[in-house]
Design a protein around this ligand. Structure first.
Ligand SMILES: Nc1nc(=O)c2c([nH]1)NC[C@@H]1CN(c3ccc(C(=O)N[C@@H](CCC(=O)O)C(=O)O)cc3)C=[N+]21
Length: 291
């Protein structure tokens, strides 16, 4: 049976490190890091994440500002809120919850963020910095995947990593991060012929497509480390459950280690958001980033 990689425990450890970093900032009379989250509309799942981010931010000593606006908020109003938060010296990290309602131009909103406060790492300057090997802010979910992999495997040098999915938010930035860790990287996606055969080559396999149970036992090399990024809520009403992109029952018999859903990548994503907020606050004040 595959070992279960405990995302909750690793996320807790990362939050402890962030809390220490925040406390050390206080000792040198640095800023209290602040994180602003903007949410448009009533999507209940998004509200849960926003609340969770707020609670965990406060636990590590980060100030949390939540802006929940109605779904029909005009784009101009959203842009002027972003402008105000860009200028607010108490806000070091700024995140707009995605997806946005149809009448909003997502690219325009992301471009309006101050890249130094863009703790999601979605602004074109941060995307470019990551692709070019520079020092920007890195998207939280891919960063969480790297943390989980290093926590389990240690050094990733020379491992063949297969990323299933090429999204802007996970697949693409994760491929860049794995290259930075000196992996051999293959990206497979919806137009890849025989994706099972490609995935089977991976010492590391990361599934990030949002298709519940897509990855079966014969998609996985024996002993591989498998990270399941997909989080899909199945069912309705009272009777719902979260499922990943990996069919855990059969993959668990082949893989060496596997992240669960829930309790895997999700909690690490939030911990990395807090980490990015600390990093952003330090850089904005010209202070060294605690490690
Ligand atoms: N600008 C932006 N940045 C995001 O990072 C972002 C976003 N928009 N929009 C929505 C998605 C989704 N997302 C999750 C974060 C944590 C869990 C998480 O912690 N999940 C728990 C379970 C949560 C539950 O029980 O519902 C787990 O996997 O164990 C899930 C999903 C961040 N997102």
């Amino acid at each position: 049976m595959a070992r279960r990689i405990d995302g909750r425990a690793q996320a807790r450890a990362l939050r402890d490190r962030v809390a220490n970093g925040v406390a050390r900032l206080g000792e040198v009379h640095g800023p209290v890091p602040g994180l602003a989250v903007v949410l448009l509309g009533e999507d209940p799942a998004s509200r849960v994440y926003v609340r969770r981010k707020g609670e965990q931010a406060r636990e590590v000593g980060i100030r949390s500002f939540e802006h929940c606006l109605p779904a029909d908020t005009p784009q101009a109003e959203l842009l002027s809120l972003i402008d105000a938060l860009n200028r607010d010296p108490g806000v070091h990290g700024l995140l707009v919850q995605l997806p946005l309602p149809d009448h909003i131009d997502e690219a325009a909103v992301i471009a309006a963020l101050d890249p130094a406060k863009d703790v999601d790492g979605f602004h074109p300057l941060n995307v470019g910095a990551l692709a070019g090997g520079g020092e920007g802010l890195v998207p939280c979910t891919p960063l969480g995947c790297i943390e989980l992999l290093k926590g389990h495997l240690g050094d990733l040098t020379g491992k063949h990593a297969v990323v299933l999915g090429r999204s802007r938010i996970v697949g693409r930035p994760l491929a860049s991060l794995l290259l930075r860790e000196d992996c051999t990287v293959t990206v497979a996606h919806s137009r890849t012929p025989d994706p099972a055969k490609v995935c089977r080559q991976g010492d590391i396999l990361v599934a990030a497509v949002g298709q519940p149970g897509l990855v079966q036992g014969d998609w996985v090399k024996a002993g591989a480390t498998v990270i399941d990024v997909g989080i899909t809520r199945l069912g309705d009403g009272e009777d719902t459950r979260l499922v990943g992109d990996v069919d855990a029952a059969c993959v668990g018999r082949v893989a060496g280690a596997l992240t669960p859903v829930p309790g895997g990548v999700g909690p690490m994503t939030i911990a990395c958001l807090l980490h990015n907020t600390l990093v952003a606050a330090c850089r904005q004040h010209g202070l060294p980033v605690p490690t």
